[in-house]
Design a protein around this ligand. Structure first.
Ligand code: ADP
Ligand code: MG
Length: 708
């Protein structure tokens, strides 16, 4: 055997090697990194900056007057905070904040949310300000600018001239800071390792060449050590192309595969399904009947159904799922209904278990929060076929969940799951029919590409008994009035949601939080009515209890977070109040609003708006003006533009971490073509290989908790 004696090999660091003994990482850093699930060199490099601090754009205070009416950034230290009565308007005030940098002073002006801003602008604290310059020559000002408190590190970056003009800002967690892994520290560590890494490109070289993409190693450099503000996007393109390529390969592979599978088709709509229909407290709409018929025709084929049901919030998708399950079960199979949250699983279960029992169908709830004994009973009964329908979350795709005879899988809010997860569920039987449902519209131009492997049904109308949801936006000053309206709603026998952007105050000082406000409101405005609290950090039992009480009307006001964003259905809830509405995206607001307006009773959605920037104002305007999910998604896209590199993805599928389907539309189409070409060309990949790669990616993403 020949010994390899490549000198550089001794120095190079394996992409997948553990960080534990790397230079620059002592036991303390290792401990912190390990806790954050950053275990390998690769993990370290795949933790991307949250954003960039662009020093090229920061204007010294004494030059601000050259930038009138232009949007720039400035840095300043708070010197004085003043409340000033507004002339002509009784009781109305404005807030002036005076800041200084080394060169001069400038001011900020606020008309809304004054008390919040007073608490934010502490004397001597440094801020990064971004906004349009207004005011007079000797006192340039910003009106309601974007503000950002600067950490000590960022201030130093600004004060000292350092070689770099663009600084990546990583998520700055406290435990990271304690071991000097601030943004700068983290970057230094990467700089040290970078020359020695040799990450393998997963994207075929010919595609990279055709699309002028960097290699993985180059891409990492552009993202972590950019020299211009455009470089990170170029680096990111590698990751976008790569994930889209694999995504498309997976879709194509699945389509090919499913064409080969035989399924056990159903023949007739049986008496259980008919009975279930007769038990419903309403008539199906024309649209619902049309969709059911499309599904029925699929089920009769000898190939498994692969269908997407698209329909705006509140259009009545759940009942279609249920009837579909029923049809397949009656023909002798089991069904699985997978949803993204425990809250939703629980609710579907509570709402339908009795009705299903009446038609002779057994159902169970399988989520990760249940006890071990309960879980093993359910697993046993799924295996011996005693349970007809299992409703659950990701818990359904665990390896040890096995069915006697799974015939159909239904996935609700499917954009929250990955293609890989869909496959894991349908692989639990032979020739399993698949119905996926979504309320989040994908832009029409893209749905063919993205859902090229699915047939699409669309519910265009809502049940006829619905009235529009009256939507209004107010300032925090009117909060009291709103809470009064919530009280009156309770007294009149209806229910309300109040949604907060965060669970607890410690997460962000300037935001109202569910837990804190729950304690306050319970003792004050809502003293005489019953209030419940529901958020993601509660245990399953606690969540279930509150949800049951809210569903039954025992709890009149539910103080909550975005855990209720999808699917929750309590028809007598007719009012939703959204605190800090400026913090939510359009899609989120639309989903949240969809929690009301689910019955014949008039409903209201009230947005409390604290510190909106220009874009937030536009978002809110859009929500006020439209109740159409498709229309809103188009507006959303226009508003967001391409400015945000690593912003919250609202138009993504779950497995696409880097891609925003609207912004990167062209990439989607291009990579579809590349995947087709790749499959058609001589190097036919094992379809299994694609799945393994996808699975690896999915696990990786879960381990990293998405993008940092
Ligand atoms: P989504 O499409 O958002 O999942 P749901 O399935 O939760 O909507 O339905 C919303 C509400 O409308 C539920 O309370 C459901 O019982 C009710 N519903 C569904 N179909 C009809 C119908 N044909 N007529 C009246 N109400 C209906
Ligand atoms: Mg739903």
């Amino acid at each position: 055997m020949v010994e390899r004696t490549n000198v550089s090999l001794n120095q190079s660091i394996d992409w997948n090697s553990s960080l534990e003994f790397q230079k620059g990482i002592g036991p303390q850093r290792w401990k912190v990194l390990k806790e954050a699930n950053i275990l390998t060199v690769k993990d370290l490099f795949l933790r991307f900056p949250k954003r960039y601090f662009d020093k090229t754009n920061i204007v010294p205070a004494n030059q601000l007057n050259r930038f009138y009416q232009q949007t720039v950034s400035a840095i300043g230290q708070v010197k004085l905070v003043q409340e000033i009565p507004l002339r002509g308007a009784k009781h109305k005030k404005m807030l002036k904040v005076f800041l200084e940098d080394d060169t001069n002073a400038f001011q900020l002006i606020f008309y809304e949310g004054i008390s919040t801003f007073i608490s934010i602008f502490q004397n001597d604290q440094w801020f990064l300000i971004t906004g349009k310059v207004t005011g007079s020559d000797h006192s340039p000002s910003f009106i309601h600018p974007r503000i950002e408190k600067l950490s000590q590190e960022n201030i130093e970056l600004n004060k000292h001239t350092i070689e770099r003009k663009i600084y990546p800002i990583y998520q700055e967690k406290d435990d990271f800071k304690k071991v000097s892994l601030t943004s700068r520290g983290y970057q230094k560590l990467l700089e040290r390792l970078y020359p020695f890494i040799d990450p393998p490109d997963t994207l075929p070289a010919e595609i990279r060449k055709r699309k002028h993409l960097p290699s993985l190693k180059q891409a990492l450099k552009l993202i972590h050590f950019p020299t211009t503000i455009n470089e990170p996007q170029i680096g990111l393109n590698y990751f976008i192309a790569d994930e889209l390529f694999y995504f498309q390969l997976a879709l194509l592979a699945r389509r090919k595969q499913s064409k080969l599978v035989q399924t056990n088709s159903i023949m007739e709509v049986g008496h259980k399904t008919k009975k279930l229909l007769s038990l419903l407290p309403f008539e199906l709409t024309k649209g619902q009947r049309k969709v059911l018929n499309e599904i029925y025709l699929d089920l009769k084929q000898s190939r498994p159904m692969l269908r997407l049901l698209q329909g705006d919030v509140g259009s009545g998708k759940t009942i279609i799922a249920l009837l579909t399950l029923c049809m397949v079960i009656e023909s002798g199979y089991q069904g699985a209904f997978m949803v993204p949250t425990e809250v939703l699983a629980e609710q579907h279960y509570i709402n339908y278990v009795e009705m299903l029992k009446k038609v002779g169908i057994t159902s169970e709830l399988l989520v990760s929060g249940i006890s071990n004994t309960k879980r093993s009973t359910i697993l046993k009964e799924l295996e011996n076929g005693k349970i007809d329908i299992v409703i659950g979350t990701h818990a359904l795709i665990q390896e040890d969940v096995q069915f006697k005879n799974l015939g159909i899988a239904i996935i609700d809010e499917q954009h929250r799951f990955g293609v890989e997860q869909r496959k894991l569920l349908t692989d639990k039987g032979n020739g399993v029919h698949l119905l996926v449902m979504t309320a989040t519209p994908i832009p029409r131009t893209l749905s063919l590409t993205i859902y090229g492997d699915l047939d699409v049904s669309t519910l265009t109308e809502k049940p006829a008994n619905r009235s529009n949801i009256k939507t209004i936006a107010i300032t925090p000053k009117q909060r009291k009035k709103v809470f009064n309206a919530v009280r009156e709603n309770a007294i009149a026998g209806f229910q309300s949601y109040i949604v907060f952007p965060i669970v607890e105050e410690s997460e962000a000082l300037d935001l109202k939080s569910a837990v804190d406000e729950y304690h306050i409101l319970k003792e004050t405005e809502f003293k005489d009515i019953s209030v419940g609290l529901l958020h993601g950090r509660m245990s399953l039992d606690e969540k279930n209890e509150v949800l049951k009480q809210f569903t039954s009307g025992k709890v009149q006001v539910l103080i909550t977070t975005t855990v209720i964003e999808v699917g929750v259905d309590v028809p007598r809830a007719t009012m939703i109040v959204i605190e800090h509405a400026e913090r939510f995206g359009i899609a989120q607001l639309h989903q949240l609003r969809g929690r009301v307006g689910r019955s014949k009773y008039a409903s209201k959605c009230i947005l409390i708006v604290y510190q909106p920037n220009e874009v937030a104002k536009e978002r809110i305007k859009a929500i006020l003006n439209s109740q159409d999910g498709f229309e809103l998604s188009e507006i959303d896209f226009k508003l967001r533009g391409s400015g945000e590199l690593f912003g919250t993805r609202q138009h993504g599928l779950n497995e696409l971490i880097f891609t925003d389907l609207q912004i990167h539309k062209e990439w989607v189409i291009e990579m579809r073509k590349e995947a087709e070409l790749f499959l058609a060309s001589s190097h036919q990949p094992e379809s299994d290989m694609v799945w393994i790669e996808l699975k690896r990616r999915y696990q990786e993403k879960m381990a990293l908790g998405g993008i940092a």
